[in-house]
Design a protein around this ligand. Sequence first.
Ligand SMILES: Cc1cc2nc3c(=O)[nH]c(=O)nc-3n(C[C@H](O)[C@H](O)[C@H](O)COP(=O)(O)OP(=O)(O)OC[C@H]3O[C@@H](n4cnc5c(N)ncnc54)[C@H](O)[C@@H]3O)c2cc1C
Length: 308
Amino acid sequence: MDEIFDVMILGAGAAGLTAGIYSSRAKLNTLILNEGVVGGQMILTEEIANYPGIETTKGYMVANTMKKQAKDFGCKIKSNVKIKSMAFDGPVKSVELQDGRKFQAKSVILAPGGRPRSLNIPGEDNFKGKGVSYCATCDGEFFTGKELVVVGGGNSALEEAVALTSYATKVTIVHQFDHFQAFEHAIQEAKKNEKIHFIMESELRGFYGNGVLQKVSIEHLPTGNLSELEVGGSFIFVGYQPNTESLKDIVALNERNEIVVDGEMKTNIPGVFAAGDCIVKKYRQVTTAVADGTIAALSAADYCRNNK
Ligand SMILES: Cc1cc2nc3c(=O)[nH]c(=O)nc-3n(C[C@H](O)[C@H](O)[C@H](O)COP(=O)(O)OP(=O)(O)OC[C@H]3O[C@@H](n4cnc5c(N)ncnc54)[C@H](O)[C@@H]3O)c2cc1C
């Protein structure tokens, strides 16, 4: 492990690949280590229709183009790796993989992304992308003219339910408590929308259908009564989980396990930056991940110049 990279990026989603493009184009010796398939959540996205400047395209095509751009500028990418340990204190940062390989760099960009929290109930995995969704901005339009169920009672659930009424004929919000944990204005917006209906003190118990989602079962918690609701789709907003479990004792996280950064994407450790869905922020999109990745790479370049 004699080679010391200028920039080591952990994660090859939209944020990490963008950081790789900017960093290697600035002639910094750049390595991306990715614990999964290159492209991250973009690979899960059937169509990306809201990326400015490109017509609707498949998520995997955007991911592959970003990967090619990074590699063409000289960025090295190692995917499907498993990280064993990380040490970021001091001027040389190091990462050891479970297969024993070790990598060193002068700066690090953390871009491990995240995942929507799931309900972990029967049928959920089977119907992902076939009626079960976690992103109204991304998938709402595909449910035009359908009846939907939205699960959750926080700001996201209520705001996204209202957004979904632009497409759906009816949206039923299922929430486990008798009150919402959202801002009053979000609650009022949802309540005054005639397309929105509420089933309170209830939880989903399963998703059912024949190839695509057709109905959900719902338990009324105070009585234990089970009922069925026919739906054309369901949206789950019960929280978001950043992939930061392995970073807990390494960088500062907030109470939601998001990496704390400043406007230049600096973490609390000198030379360590973070970008994308893993950081403290409200809106998680390809555009925002790409923006964070750009800033993180430019900040890392600055850091490398000032710490030769
Ligand atoms: C179903 C779905 C549809 C979506 N549709 C759209 C859309 O239409 N438009 C839009 O703008 N946004 C959409 N989004 C959101 C968008 O995809 C994400 O906000 C964005 O891709 C996040 O990019 P990221 O690089 O921060 O993270 P990710 O895409 O999550 O990438 C992180 C990568 O890092 C890897 N990794 C994890 N931990 C580690 C580690 N410790 N070390 C190294 N690697 C690690 C992961 O395996 C992954 O490959 C959608 C999301 C989903 C789930």
